[in-house]
Each structure stands twice: as structure tokens, then as C-alpha cells.
Design a protein around this ligand. Structure first.
Ligand code: 13P
Length: 251
């Protein structure tokens, strides 16, 4: 059966000392809480190796927030998937709406990143989601299905089953406006149906689909109670150990 997962996305927050302190706190809290879900933190590249050295990855997974769309070479400032893997990290967020919006990442680029992440043994947390206009004009189901089809649905099944999906409605990210549990569940069921149509019911049943967008301790339990919501991808609330653990413990 699919896993329940709560993953933090720290985005561009924390200096290295601040990040080490937060990771240490979360590591200790997870060890004590023995959560009913997998817990992961995705952190800035600069922090990966140092955090890998101080956490117990049997309890707390570690990931990057991005990786390059090339394997190596003259791409100043980029970080390759094998570099991420060599730090000890095992997850990578790909296709986050902030990467799509601010860095013009399209499905073609994301296919390259996915292939490199998978080739280097990283578990992609692949984000999809509509913008406010698409929510309001009613095209959101088609938009998200197209994001899945363009980036993921050419993968062989053995690769697809390694991927975690995160539904993050862009209008809910960092805005305090959470999708209602019903809106989120409808989209998660729609995503799972699209996976079933492509790869079959068993694969769809085994795919973890996380919700992201203003998820916090006060709304996590009702989101996670929905049958197709298998956890969360957490931004702001992942930056405080108590808030993050409040979400983890919602399972
Ligand atoms: P917030 O939880 O801050 O809304 O961010 C969600 C997100 O983008 C996680 O990737």
C-alpha cells in the first residue's frame, strides 16, 4: 500500500547554522514521536551534506529542492543530480510552481531532470497545480492532467512507481488560503484516476499523492483524513519544528 508522507520544503530560508539547528530539532522530535508517516526535509543545496551528517535517515529523509537538467559540465551555478545524491540525500523536489513560474521550467526541462534524478537513485517529489485563473475559469483538472501527461506519462512503469506526486494549487501556496479538504480530495482523486487510466489501478493505488499549500497543524488532520490525500508538502510551517511536528502528528 502507498505510504503516508509529510515532507518539508524549506525553500530559500535558513543560513547553514540555522538550518543545522532546525534539522537537529526535527531529527530529535521525529525520533521521539515515532510518527505514523514517513517524514522528509528538503533543504537548500548548501545544507545537504552537513545535515546528512547529523540526522538519522532511517527516521528522517533528506532531499534537495531542485536539480539540474544536465548531468555535468559547463552550467555555472547548477547542481547535478549525482552531486545531490553524493551528499547522502535521497529525495528531490521537481516541478515546484516557483521553479515553473520564476525560472521558466517547462515539461521538457522537467523530463530531463526526472530522468537524471531517477538515474541517480533519487526519489522525485513531483509537483503539479493550477494557478488562480485556472481554478476560477474551471480548467484546473485539465491543466493538472496535462502537467502529469507531459512530464511523467512517458516513463516506464518501473520508473513511474518511484515518484511521489504533490498537488499544490498555486493560489494556496504561502497565501494562507488552503484548498478545502473537498477541493483537495477532488483533485487527488482526479490525479489518481489519470494514473489508473495510464498505468492501471494497482499502480495508482500505490502512488503517494501529497497536498501542499498553506498546510498547517490546524488543518492537516482534516486534509489527511481524505482517502486520496497521503500527506503534505509543507512550506512555511516546516520552518518551525513545533509546527512541522504538529502536521506530522496529524496522522
Ligand atoms: P506553504 O506551506 O508555505 O504554503 O508552501 C507550500 C509549498 O510550496 C511547499 O512546496
Amino acid at each position: 500500500m502507498r505510504k503516508n508522507i509529510v515532507a518539508g520544503n524549506w525553500k530559500m530560508n535558513t543560513t547553514l547554522p540555522e538550518g543545522l539547528k532546525l534539522a537537529e530539532e526535527v531529527n530529535a522530535a521525529v525520533a521521539e514521536a515515532k510518527p505514523k508517516c514517513d517524514v522528509v526535509i528538503c533543504v537548500p543545496f548548501t545544507h545537504l551534506a552537513s545535515i546528512a551528517a547529523i540526522i538519522d535517515q532511517n527516521n528522517l529523509g533528506l532531499g534537495a529542492e531542485n536539480c539540474a537538467d544536465h548531468a555535468k559540465g559547463a552550467y555555472t551555478g547548477e547542481v547535478a543530480a549525482d552531486m545531490v545524491a553524493s551528499t547522502g540525500a535521497t529525495y528531490v523536489i521537481l516541478g515546484h510552481s516557483e521553479r515553473r513560474q520564476y525560472y521558466r521550467e517547462d515539461s521538457a526541462v522537467l523530463r530531463e531532470k526526472l530522468a537524471l534524478a531517477l538515474a541517480n537513485g533519487l526519489t522525485p517529489i513531483f509537483c503539479v497545480g493550477e494557478v488562480l485563473e485556472e481554478r476560477e475559469n474551471g480548467t484546473f483538472n485539465d491543466v493538472v492532467k496535462l502537467q502529469l501527461e507531459e512530464a511523467l506519462f512517458d516513463l516506464p512503469v518501473a520508473d513511474f512507481t518511484k515518484i511521489i506526486i504533490a498537488y499544490e494549487p498555486v493560489w494556496a501556496i504561502g497565501t494562507g488560503k488552503t484548498a478545502t479538504p473537498e477541493q483537495a480530495e477532488d483533485m487527488h482523486a482526479h490525479i489518481r484516476a489519470a494514473i489508473a487510466a495510464k498505468y492501471g489501478e494497482e499502480v495508482a493505488d500505490n502512488t503517494s499523492i501529497l497536498y501542499g499549500g498553506s498546510c498547517k497543524p490546524s488543518n492537516a488532520a482534516e486534509l489527511f483524513a481524505k482517502p486520496d490525500i497521503d500527506g503534505g508538502l509543507i512550506g512555511g510551517a516546516a520552518l518551525k519544528c513545533a509546527d512541522f511536528m504538529g502536521i506530522v502528528n496529524a496522522f
